[in-house]
Design a binder for this molecule. Structure first.
Ligand code: NAP
Length: 250
């Protein structure tokens, strides 16, 4: 049973939706009535499971494989969605990776891989949806950044730089698109329990989180859904909303 129809009749693309935070976002937007495109890179079976979960509650979804750091694949992905749905109303730029290492020893390839997906991918997907959204005079774009982009983190210079870049990008896009009814915001999670944070030494990290625990993908997804679907979010743009248990307070 769909729990609300806030996004009924709308098309939502979630990049990196086969696992973790992207999966939770896809499920939430599906629940809100959107037809969800579950993008993935290497996990077709997991993506199909997300599609099946959305359909099992009466929602609509389908999966498309695309490496969103690749310009050609992104353009093909958006073209396929427009051909099938005729519109794209919500874009969630969620796909991301880490390639951690101390700066002095960081391989150029690890720097570039993180930039290519976590920053360039956001640019490529946003540019590709901008034409249809500008035509529609309506759209919601939400970029998943990180508190690491606000505070920096030893061993994550590549990731922090990309995520900080996403914040500047979000604010610039918000200013460019505001007059056409398109909002652009960022959500900055702290430490969330997913494959990405599996194996981290939690003790030291927990001491830095006032609320005392890692967050869940569903908690991030709830904030994304608010920005994507809630009518009151129509007056919010260019903002970075932290979902971090109080880790970074400015
Ligand atoms: P995750 O569990 O590792 O999942 C990553 C997702 O991205 C998977 O669905 C994966 O697809 C997809 N992906 C990877 N490379 C891709 C590519 N080239 N093209 C398309 N999709 C690709 O990560 P997560 O923890 O959910 O993180 C999601 C986002 O939240 C990322 O942007 C991350 O930086 C951000 N974030 C996470 C945390 C955290 O604590 N977990 C904190 C702050 C921010 P496949 O399954 O097909 O590989």
């Amino acid at each position: 049973m769909i729990s609300s129809d806030l996004l009924s009749g709308q098309t939502a693309l979630v990049t990196g939706a086969s696992r973790g935070i992207g999966k939770a976002i896809a499920l939430k937007l599906g629940e809100a009535g959107a037809e969800v495109i579950v993008n993935y890179s290497n996990s077709p079976q997991k993506a199909e499971e997300v599609v099946a979960a959305i359909k099992s509650t009466g929602g609509k979804a389908y999966a498309i494989q695309a490496n969103v750091s690749n310009e050609e694949e992104v353009n093909k992905l958006i073209k396929a969605i427009i051909e099938r749905n005729g519109q794209i109303d919500v874009l969630i730029n969620n796909a991301g990776i880490t390639r951690d290492g101390l700066l002095m020893r960081m391989k150029t390839e690890d720097w570039q891989d993180v930039m290519n997906l976590n920053l360039n991918g956001v640019f490529l997907c946003t540019r590709a949806v901008s034409r249809p959204m500008l035509k529609q005079k309506r759209g919601r774009i939400i970029n998943v950044t990180s508190v690491v982009g606000l505070m920096g983190n030893a061993g994550q210079a590549n990731y922090a730089a990309a995520k900080a870049g996403v914040i500047g990008f979000t604010k610039s896009a918000a200013k460019e698109f505001a007059s056409r009814g398109i909002t652009v915001n960022a959500v900055a999670p702290g430490f969330i329990s997913t494959d990405m944070t599996k194996g981290l030494e939690v003790d030291g990290i927990l001491a830095a989180i006032p609320l005392g625990s890692f967050g869940t993908p569903e908690q991030v997804a709830g904030t994304v859904k608010f920005l994507a679907a809630d009518p009151s979010a129509a007056y919010i743009t260019g903002q970075v909303i932290q979902v971090d248990g109080g880790m970074v307070m400015s």
